[in-house]
Design a binder for this molecule. Structure first.
Ligand SMILES: Nc1ncnc2c1ncn2[C@@H]1O[C@H](COP(=O)(O)OP(=O)(O)OP(=O)(O)O)[C@@H](O)[C@H]1O
Ligand SMILES: [Mg+2]
Length: 267
């Protein structure tokens, strides 16, 4: 594993950002972020609480406005339309799903494959069933999503990303609050995805059971991408992180997202 610069040329770039700034409620949160993630790479984004990992991820997904350049699959974000190619799993706690069953959450990942208002195809049903089985929750299909445990909800969101057949996975803290067995299950899912060439970008606190899978880490500190070799654990101090007493995503944003890419995310 290496840190810092991408291991391949920009010809097969899947996510590219150049000098990206994100300002929320007048506060600069991501500052001058430049990164390049190549096809098939598994990249971990690391950093202390409040360092801007989620904000950067949301900007890369086109969920919040940014300044600077972002390209996804070689297309400038403003022109990118192929959202089914991305399996975005937001950080836990940022999901707004009141009534949906587990299966409905997974099925929502297939919407891009269908024309609006058409019923599910056999391929949709197979993809949904396979994804539920892959995360070991086929038996929970009809459960209300909110009644599942936190770790089960996390697996359902991963299943949703799998059901899209995405070739870029963007997972924000997939291991947060899930037990060891589930972590290993998710590492198995990621291993299988990697072996078929899927690009994976994950925000992580610890590399944990993903350690052997990760090709490269990108470390954020105070909204900036750190140079290769930087270890954020060496720079932790008790008051680091939250620049804002409200903390995180609960704050009402004055800048609204232009669109909701997942349909599940809280703006
Ligand atoms: N809408 C907003 N308005 C103002 N500040 C915000 C807003 N959203 C997030 N922030 C601030 O931006 C900073 C970075 O938040 P972000 O959620 O990106 O961090 P993170 O690295 O993902 O943290 P964690 O590890 O806790 O998930 C935090 O200080 C947070 O309080
Ligand atoms: Mg976060």
């Amino acid at each position: 594993m290496t840190t810092g610069s991408p291991s391949t040329t920009s010809g097969d770039s899947v996510v590219r950002a150049a000098s990206v700034d994100v300002t929320l409620n007048g506060i600069p949160i991501v500052r001058g972020a430049t990164l390049d993630i190549a096809k098939g790479e598994v990249v971990a984004i690391l950093g202390n609480n409040g360092s801007g990992k989620t904000t950067l991820m949301r900007a890369l997904m086109g969920l919040i406005p940014h300044h600077g350049e972002i390209e996804v699959f070689g297309t400038p974000l403003a022109r990118f339309r192929d959202w089914v190619r991305i399996g975005y799993v937001p950080q836990r706690g940022s999901i707004l799903v009141q009534q949906a069953t587990a299966r409905e959450v997974v099925a929502s990942g297939r919407l891009g494959h269908r024309r609006f208002f058409l019923p599910e195809s056999a391929a949709d049903r197979r993809a949904i069933a396979d994804a539920l089985a892959e995360v070991g929750l086929a038996d929970k299909a009809t459960y209300p999503f909110v009644r599942l445990s936190g770790g089960q909800q996390q697996r359902i969101l991963i299943a949703r990303a799998l059901a899209t057949g995405a070739d870029l996975m963007a997972w924000d803290e997939p291991l947060a609050g899930v037990d060891h067995k589930t972590q290993e299950l998710l590492a198995g899912v990621a291993t299988r995805l990697k072996s078929k060439g899927t690009t994976i970008v994950m925000v992580l606190h610890e590399l944990g059971c993903f350690r052997n899978l990760i090709d490269r880490t990108i470390v954020l500190a105070d909204g900036r991408v750190m140079p290769p070799g930087y270890n954020h654990h060496d720079h932790e101090h008790p008051h680091a992180g939250h620049r804002d007493v409200h903390g995180g995503h609960e704050v009402d944003e004055t800048e609204r997202p232009r669109t909701h890419r997942t349909g599940l995310e809280v703006g």
